[in-house]
Write a protein that binds this ligand. Structure first.
Ligand SMILES: [Mn+2]
Length: 316
């Protein structure tokens, strides 16, 4: 931490780039925004931000540049990133790093870092603000809080520490929790339209121990649509989107659902032999981008879920 602060002080007034991982989520954007405010730097992503972070960017009024040239800057701060593969098209020479991921491959070559296995990068940025005795503006507090909620799936997976940090961030930034929750709702008319279309176009599958809703929205709002189905009472939500040859897919499971379905394992098995560009998640959430036969992929996932439902009482 001390070394990191020293580097920030040495670069005060110089050109600072704050770089998030590609397909940046709320944790990356929240942490990146707070770092850009702290350093008066430029916030950027390699290629794009994730669709579910757009609303936060909107609320923050954040400017996010795309495909920056790192050579134009005196200091590069990498945020919420564990691997060079998450920075497509970026030339990396000297950089400092702030991150919370296990097995971080960027630590070794960094010139300084804040690295700790907490629930979100936003918490680490908060500790940095405290260390530097910089007060939180309402916007910075909103960004940090939204990042904590994002990486803990709306606090359902949060540690006590993350919840305490969240409370302190709200207090220090003088904002209410409802302000943060509003960041996770779709606000514009177009987005409401997507939600309604998805809700009325969803197909319900009843398995022996759970209910799944499947939907293929005509826009890439997968995260919102999947969570909407869980809110409506589904145990599992499967949402797919085709973009040219690419398949984007989310399979999510309600944290109140007690079946043995591990959605990450299910998607992993169903996507065997497919071209996989990006695949991440855990037992409650699986995100996928790849290529293959769309209908066959969906059928394999549904088949796998049915198998698990039917085998639930069999001895191992
Ligand atoms: Mn994160």
């Amino acid at each position: 931490m001390k070394e990191f602060v020293e580097i920030l002080k040495e670069n005060k007034g110089k050109r600072v780039l704050v770089l998030c991982h590609d397909d940046a989520d709320n944790d990356a954007i929240g942490a990146g925004f707070a770092m850009a405010e702290l350093t008066k730097g430029t916030l950027a992503v390699p290629q794009k931000v994730s669709e579910h972070a757009l609303e936060l960017i909107n609320k923050l009024g954040a400017k996010v540049e795309v495909a920056p040239n790192t050579l134009d800057y005196d200091l590069v701060i990498i945020v919420d990133t564990a691997d060079i593969q998450q920075l497509p098209g970026i030339t990396l020479k000297n950089y400092i790093l702030i991150d919370h991921h296990k097995n971080n491959l960027l630590l070794e070559n960094s010139q300084g870092y804040i690295y700790k296995l907490v629930d979100s990068t936003c918490q680490l940025v908060y500790y940095l603000y405290k260390e530097m005795e910089v007060s939180l503006t309402p916007a910075v507090a909103l960004g940090l809080a939204a990042g904590i909620l994002g990486d803990t799936v709306g606090l359902t997976k949060a540690s006590n520490k993350a919840i305490i940090d969240l409370g302190n961030i709200l207090q220090d930034g003088n904002i209410g929790y409802s302000t943060v929750l509003n960041t996770f709702k779709m606000s514009s008319k177009i987005e409401r339209l997507q939600k309604l279309k998805a809700a009325t176009g969803g197909k319900v599958y009843e398995f022996s121990d759970c209910i799944l809703v499947y939907c293929q929205p005509d826009k890439n709002f997968l995260y919102y649509v999947a969570n909407m189905f869980l809110e409506l009472g589904a145990d599992l939500a499967l949402v797919g989107y085709k973009e040219g040859d690419w398949i984007h897919l989310r399979l999510v499971k309600s944290n109140q659902c007690l079946t043995s379905h591990n959605v990450y394992e299910i998607v992993k098995k169903a996507s065997e032999n497919m071209v996989v560009e990006n695949f991440w998640g855990d037992q409650y959430f699986a995100g996928f981008k790849g290529q293959g036969e769309y209908d066959f992929f969906i059928q394999r996932i549904l088949g796998e879920i049915e198998n698990i439902s039917n085998n639930k009482n069999l001895p191992n």
